[in-house]
Design a protein around this ligand. Structure first.
Ligand SMILES: Cc1cc2nc3c(=O)[nH]c(=O)nc-3n(C[C@H](O)[C@H](O)[C@H](O)COP(=O)(O)O)c2cc1C
Length: 365
């Protein structure tokens, strides 16, 4: 867990990642002081890479009115303040941005209301691969035209340039969970009869075009990842075999890492949950395709991270909800293992010494 990793020219101090998580606390797409404190605390908390939540390249690409965006200078400056804080803190955490467009799951309510359901008022029109609504109450999206595709690709590239200006270290393209690019990849929502529908290669064509436009705007020495739904968990949907094929296509386009999630592409999904339940997909992709992977999903203990990394099932482990419960998850898990190979921010050192002593006493009792 505490081994470092070099990706392109970026050095990650360990294998723990704060998974991207929507906070629904932005105003007009601009991250607020909440984000500075939330992401700053996690940057101080020991993880090597801290992802910002899914951030939209245009206003209609947000999931909810509280989601972050990166289509203007004010948003860039607000992100820069957060990234600068993380870098200047001395904690050594790198900052990642996840860019994504909500597609058929946009214009919905924040996480603590009724997620994935439309807003009571003020809804905006939706775009997707095809005219397939996410659920009975969701709007029917418009199928993207060539002009829509060109415009959005340019917006993703512009957001990427803003991400460079903000100083981000890592860029991820969100192609999972039923959002716009995912709506192209899964056959359950892609009914196109043009070059962007049909075979898996065709369904991945637009996400790959967006990825390539972003890769061209993102510095050569910095890494990029793609988050995929490796399984739709529904009849007729993508399976792990398709995920392996997708990973091959993104690898060929210059992707460094596949961030391996699953599901949320259809309400018909029946996922098989369990500890580390998505790790087998990360394992297959890593070892069959020869691309680095991030394992994510129900990973909650250092022992699990250590076994995933040591067994070569993934190269990084992203933890979501554990980091909502504990911003300093990595520091606390290292203390539990009495490992000293972890850097505590100097102002917190007296707290570290006390914690290690207490844990040692408990172990000896
Ligand atoms: C509050 C919340 C918000 C999330 N927002 C995002 C997001 O913006 N982008 C994304 O790819 N996944 C998002 N996820 C999924 C997490 O990144 C992660 O994949 C999922 O929670 C499983 O990991 P865990 O078991 O460690 O929580 C979110 C999850 C939670 C709990």
């Amino acid at each position: 867990m505490l081994l470092s990793l070099r990706v392109r020219e970026l050095e990650l101090k360990n294998r723990v990642v704060v998974s991207p998580m929507a906070m629904y606390s932005a105003i007009d797409g601009v991250p607020q002081d909440f984000h500075l404190v939330h992401l700053g605390a996690r940057a101080l908390g020991g993880a090597a890479l801290v992802f910002v939540e899914m951030t939209a390249p245009c206003p209609e690409g947000r999931i909810t009115p509280g989601c972050t965006g990166l289509w203007n200078e004010a948003q860039m400056q607000a992100f820069k303040r957060i990234v600068d804080f993380a870098h200047a803190s001395g904690a050594g955490a790198k900052m990642g941005l996840q860019l994504g467009h909500s597609g058929p799951k946009g214009s919905t309510q924040v996480g603590w209301e009724t997620p994935d359901e439309p807003l009571p008022e003020g809804n905006w029109p939706l775009l997707a691969a095809s005219t397939v609504a996410y659920g009975p109450n969701n709007q029917v999206p418009q199928a993207m035209t060539r002009a829509d595709m060109d415009r959005l690709k340019a917006q993703f590239a512009q957001s990427t340039r803003y991400a460079v200006d903000a100083g981000f270290d890592w860029l991820e393209l969100h192609c999972a969970h039923g959002y716009l690019l995912s709506s192209f990849i899964t056959p359950l929502t892609n009914q196109r009869s043009d070059a962007y529908g049909g075979s898996l290669e065709n369904r991945c064509r637009y996400p790959l075009e967006v990825f390539s436009a972003m890769r061209a705007a993102w510095p050569e020495h910095l890494p990029m990842s793609v988050r995929i739904s490796a399984h739709d968990w529904a009849p007729g949907g993508n399976t792990a075999d398709d995920a392996v094929a997708m990973a091959r296509l993104f690898k060929a386009a210059g992707c460094d890492f596949i961030d391996v999630s699953s599901g949320q592409t259809t309400r018909a999904a029946r996922p098989v949950y369990g500890r580390m339940y998505q790790t087998p997909f990360a394992d297959r992709i890593r070892n069959e395709v020869g691309i680095q992977t991030i394992a994510v999903g129900a990973i909650s203990q250092a022992d699990q991270v250590n076994s995933i990394i040591a067994a070569g099932r993934a190269d990084l482990c992203a933890l979501g909800r554990p980091h909502l419960a504990d911003p300093a998850w990595t520091l606390h898990e290292a203390a539990r293992l009495q490992s000293r190979q972890v850097h505590w921010p100097p102002p917190y050192l007296r707290g570290r010494d006390q914690l290690y002593r207490e844990i040692l006493k408990q172990k000896e009792a």
